[in-house]
Design a binder for this molecule. Structure first.
Ligand code: ZN
Length: 387
């Protein structure tokens, strides 16, 4: 039948699908899937798009993630993260610890702390081994939990932890957080933070903290200090002393820039409620049909990234009034935007709290600058290292 290109399945007149032909040549489920793809009103160049990334580019990493996500979806569990479920992320962000401690735990969980194995992999550090024990590669798990030097400290800590087996950070946290309260989670994260600080002091200031000093520092990092008397059993319910932790809501500003050649640059900046920057990102995409489509695709990209980074409560801000109004009207389907808007309505299930608001250009200046930088930098994500 000489069908060699997708365009052979389209009507030559208006660019819509030739339904009769699609139904004739394709197996019904395939035909349904094809006909469900909305076509752009204006013709564009053909291209290959990988469905699992927002920029359409395939990599073995995203292929792997795609399979994992499919498997997770089949298990009807959360749409988020490799092994951290939504409720565990939730617990992570609500732990009774000051925000820098929660952020250290968050980085550990995403495996983005600058440990030596990672720096070595990137060619920054000559030696991947643990600076403390010099006996094992310094991974996130090793440096925060399993380093032989730290084991007595963990046992002596209010949590009384002993590690019989070594697992990945995500598996450890998934197991630990599942049946402890916010207080115990806070103790763990404050200790993580204190250990990480001690490691930095050791490496960069040549000052060596004792295990006791690490624990004392951790004990000062809990906002409610409800554990002034260390509990004998860490997993004991602490109902009388529990108090509602502050809710973490992250502000995410995004913006898109479009060149005359229809290349779109995206920028995103994520801050916590104190205004501390947690992450920033740029990306480019082409071709994009219109400025508002660029904003919509940028929104989808920002949502995906926020979910990948484990932000469960977000307030997104845009300076694109068209997109904001389109979002608010809660219906559509007539616009070419709907293809994308439908995507992000679906993605909202990744968030516990979601808010979307309009800001003036001046309030979105950083995201705007990042979007313009994207043309030079390409696709990058920066994660702020804890101070
Ligand atoms: Zn070590």
């Amino acid at each position: 039948m000489n069908i060699n290109f997708v365009s052979h399945l389209m009507l030559p007149t208006n660019g819509g699908w030739n339904r009769e032909l699609v139904d004739y040549v394709c197996w019904p489920p395939t035909a349904r899937a094809i006909l469900a793809i909305p076509l752009p009103l204006q013709p564009g160049e053909d291209g290959f798009f990988w469905v699992a990334t927002t920029d359409g580019r395939y990599s073995s990493k995203t292929g792997y993630q795609f399979i994992c996500n499919e498997r997770l979806a089949n298990q009807a569990s959360s749409s988020l993260g490799p092994s951290m479920s939504a409720s565990l992320w939730n617990k992570l962000w609500r732990a009774d610890a000051v925000s820098t401690c929660r952020e250290t735990a968050w980085r550990a969980c995403l495996d983005i702390l600058p440990v030596r194995t990672e720096l070595h992999r990137r060619g920054v550090a000559p030696d991947p081994s643990c600076p403390w024990c010099l006996d094992a590669p310094e991974t996130v798990e090793h440096t925060l939990l399993y380093c032989p030097r730290l084991r007595p400290m963990w046992f002596a800590s209010p949590l009384g932890l002993r590690f019989d087996v070594e697992s990945s950070m995500q598996d450890f946290l998934a197991g630990f957080l599942v049946d402890v309260d916010f207080v115990a989670a806070g103790v763990l994260f404050a200790t993580f933070y204190s250990v990480w600080q001690a490691r930095k002091d050791f490496l960069f200031r040549s000052s060596s903290s004792t295990l006791e000093q690490i624990l004392v520092r951790a004990s000062r990092l809990r906002p409610s200090r409800v554990l002034a008397q260390p509990p004998t059993i860490p997993r004991a319910p602490l109902a009388s002393s529990w108090r509602k932790p502050a809710i973490c809501i992250f502000n995410l500003n995004f913006d898109a820039a479009l060149t005359t050649s229809h290349e779109a640059g995206f920028g995103l900046i994520a801050r916590d409620k104190e205004g501390e920057i947690l992450a920033a990102a740029t990306s480019i995409l082409e071709p994009v049909l219109s400025p508002i489509m660029a904003e919509a695709l940028c929104f989808r990209w920002a949502l995906g990234l926020a979910s990948e980074l484990g932000f469960r409560r977000v307030c997104m801000e845009t300076d694109c009034l068209g997109l904001f109004n389109y979002w608010r009207q809660r219906e559509g389907a007539s616009s070419h935007l709907e293809t994308v808007v439908r995507d992000f309505r679906f993605m909202l299930s990744n968030f516990d709290v979601f808010d979307f608001s309009f800001v003036r250009k001046i309030g979105n200046a950083v995201a705007d600058a990042l979007a313009k930088l994207a043309f030079r930098l390409g696709s990058l994500v920066w994660i702020e290292e804890s101070s």
